[in-house]
Design a protein around this ligand. Structure first.
Ligand code: FES
Length: 155
């Protein structure tokens, strides 16, 4: 469950990590877990409180695929694009969802229902290809199973 960003909550999170610049990645993860994404305001506050330049923080944010900078949709669909899942067809699954929803990976549908994201291994390689929808992992996903799951998300 995510909460709306406030500077007070943001400061509390930063203080949990002693406002230490070397904890930047962990702080960014904590922000995304709490606020769902990193707003410009959040990045500004993190850079000020850690005494880092905004460019430094942006550099780290853009390096990691986990750090989204836009509010996500109601449902987050993550398709594993790591080796085992790719070998078992995750590229085709991605293309299928993109086509069905009319968005590209890392985008959100216009109605705000679904955000499509890549993920690099869900620890479910034995049941490739794997996807995750709203924190729930599904294995051995084929085209028809995927269709059903996306429809449940309102897609
Ligand atoms: S490679 Fe997809 S779950 Fe591990």
């Amino acid at each position: 469950m995510t909460t709306k960003y406030t500077p007070t909550i943001a400061t509390e999170i930063i203080q949990e990590y002693s406002a230490a610049p070397e904890m930047l990645v962990q702080i960014l993860h904590a922000f995304v877990a709490r606020f769902a994404y990193l707003s410009d305001e959040a990045i500004r506050q993190i850079s000020l409180e850690l005494n880092l330049s905004r460019a430094d923080v942006h550099g780290v944010v853009s390096f990691y695929h986990d750090f989204r900078t836009e509010p996500p949709g109601e449902h987050i669909v993550k398709i594993c694009v790591a080796e085992s899942c790719q070998a078992m067809g995750s590229r085709e699954l991605t293309a299928q969802v993109e086509e069905k929803l009319g968005i590209k990976i890392k985008e959100t549908t216009d109605d705000g229902q679904v955000t499509l994201e890549p993920v690099y291994c869900l620890g479910n390689c034995a049941c490739s290809p794997a996807i995750m929808i709203d924190e729930k992992v599904y294995g051995r996903v084929d085209a028809s199973k995927l269709d059903g799951l996306i429809e449940k998300c309102g897609g």
